[in-house]
Design a protein around this ligand. Sequence first.
Ligand code: NAD
Length: 478
Amino acid sequence: MIKIQNHINGKYREPLKQKYLDNYNPSKGEVYSLIADSDEEDVAMAVEFAKSALPEWKVLPDEKRFKILNRVAELIDENQNKLAEAESTDQGKPLYVARAEINRAAQNFRFFATAAMQFASESHNMAGYAVNYTLKTPIGVVGCISPWNLPLYLFTWKIAPALATGNCVVAKPSEITPMTAYLLGELCNEAGMPPGVLNIVHGLGPKVGSALVSHPGIKAISFTGGTATGKNIAATAAPMFKKLSLELGGKNPNIIFADCDLDKAVHTTVRSSFQNQGEICLCGSRIFVERSLYEDFKQKFVEQIKKLKVGPALDPDTKVGAIVSKMHFEKILSYIELAKEEGGNLIAGGNIVKPDGHENGWYIEPTLIENLPYTCRTNQEEIFGPVVSITPFDTVEEVLKMANSTEYGLACSIWTENLSKAHRVAAEIESGIVWINCWLLRDLRTPFGGVKQSGVGREGGWYAMNFFTEAKNVCVKL
Ligand code: NAD
């Protein structure tokens, strides 16, 4: 059985206490590999090696750094099939989804490698008697912590800008989906990344993650994960005055107006509800439909979701894969029960699926629920699975009130052919990202992040490059 080890100072290493955890294949519900159960001593060792690598890495000419990071991108592309199969097996996501995500992981490296070559400082001229210039310097050794839903995609989204700006990194992927981060270690070596520049420590969040957050040698933390974990991290990191970027949970609304292009709205809303089993922070989990379109939309939506084949991740016909873990599977099922208690009407799905030969895997049908008040727990709390609610509305004011009623504010989709209405709702919706007549269309230069309890800070483009650098103003009297 494969042992997923830490990658520290350019070498795969056993955790110092030589303890391992079970790693599951969700499609089968079986242990298929072991993962390093590291602790604060492994983190401390990784930080020391990262510190030793820093003096050379931070002054490496931009072009050399570009070449190494760009080579990592090429190697991810060259290993696309191997990485996509590994991701599907480890996470439960269908192969077609994993392929797209591995492609994006390569894009993340390529994008930030290129950004390293273009990142310039500003100059502020004071009418002939002084000039200021801004030095942007790496922070030092930084920590990156990522979740299980889009494993390599989100891992690389953090480490690529951190490395591109000249920092050394100690990174912790989710203990639930460690495989592709493990495989990335050898690709980084092959790309010529100097030892100690990127260190990957595996293990449990409350052990490895919190050791990383509280280590005085780590100067900034970029975290993506749940809101409760984010609060915990902020409570430790803030008194230590660490720079923090927090990308947290969501409860995203899809707002469908009667004047939308119905077929496109249905097609994309099916994707935004159930892609990756609904385990994407950007998935829409509350569908609001203008009353005159409500029945038509619902009928077409149900027709479409009944066609989605639920099955093992590696089956090429699978559209909805396995839920990532038994614990998460049970959490989602408990929300389906809660929805029934709260008066919800199950219009589609709601059942466990047991595909032939994979009866012990964790599968749930795409589920649509109506008749729930917008204030109930099912409509307020993040479920993070293939479960969505549908609610009619009559006016713009009413839908804004319902859409903005949660503690979250990550993303929103608006469907209408009326431009003025689209822009008005986009301006008034409380969220960091708004898609009009689309979903998950991403330009990596744009700000990415949430408001309210969906996060603090923005990633993407110069936002990420600025996060991972300190700006120093130098003022010269002429
Ligand atoms: P999680 O918070 O349980 O874990 C995320 C990471 O944090 C894991 O690596 C975990 O080991 C680590 N961790 C756990 N406890 C920790 C602690 N005390 N200190 C430091 N690190 C700790 O989240 P998850 O269940 O892996 O992911 C699902 C959540 O992530 C959902 O809420 C989802 O919305 C959110 N998410 C947000 C975005 C975004 O961009 N806003 C993207 C993807 C996922």
